[in-house]
Design a protein around this ligand. Structure first.
Ligand code: IDP
Ligand code: MG
Length: 142
């Protein structure tokens, strides 16, 4: 069997920090068996957020998304494990928290609040290229 240990970027978004769900989210990650390699709490400036979400520039939810992500502290996590990119996306659940499956972070803990942007608690990189790019943005020193 070949191994495929990799790293991904997880963000506990401002709604997750505000609702005191950081511990619950990290608990689920650790219970699954992934390794937290590094963690930092920070407020992201616009430059970082625009770079992070570059793929969504021009979409109707882009500006509300950048505003929401800058509205409060974020907890950034460097996560390591076998197929962790795919595995964390599975733990997180679908983007829309209303229809995200029960058992997932978004499905159990998030819902639609009628805001312009989906407040869905977490971000997780979606591929090895985006993980590498995003980890450099959020953990420039490591
Ligand atoms: P992901 O976080 O599940 O990877 P993306 O499509 O990459 O989802 O979108 C980034 C973020 O933008 C989402 O997590 C959500 O907060 C927000 N978002 C995405 N699509 C919409 C939408 O159609 N309306 C409002 N907000 C959205
Ligand atoms: Mg995405």
């Amino acid at each position: 069997m070949s191994t495929h240990i990799e790293e991904t970027l997880v963000l506990v978004k401002p709604d997750g920090v505000e609702r005191n769900l950081t511990g619950e989210i990290l608990r689920r990650i650790e219970a699954k068996g992934y390794t937290i390699v590094d963690v930092r709490m920070m407020r992201a400036d616009r430059e970082l957020l625009v770079a992070h979400y570059a793929e969504h520039e021009g979409k109707p939810f882009f500006e509300p998304l950048v505003e929401f992500m800058g509205s409060g502290p974020i907890v950034a996590v460097r996560l390591r494990g076998e197929r962790v990119i795919e595995g964390f996306r599975s733990l997180a659940g679908a983007t829309d928290p209303t229809t995200a499956a029960p058992g997932t972070i978004r499905g159990d803990l998030a819902r639609d609040w009628g805001a312009a942007v989906q407040q869905n608690l977490v971000h997780g990189s979606d591929a090895s290229e985006s993980a590498a790019r995003e980890l450099t943005l959020w953990f420039p020193q490591s």
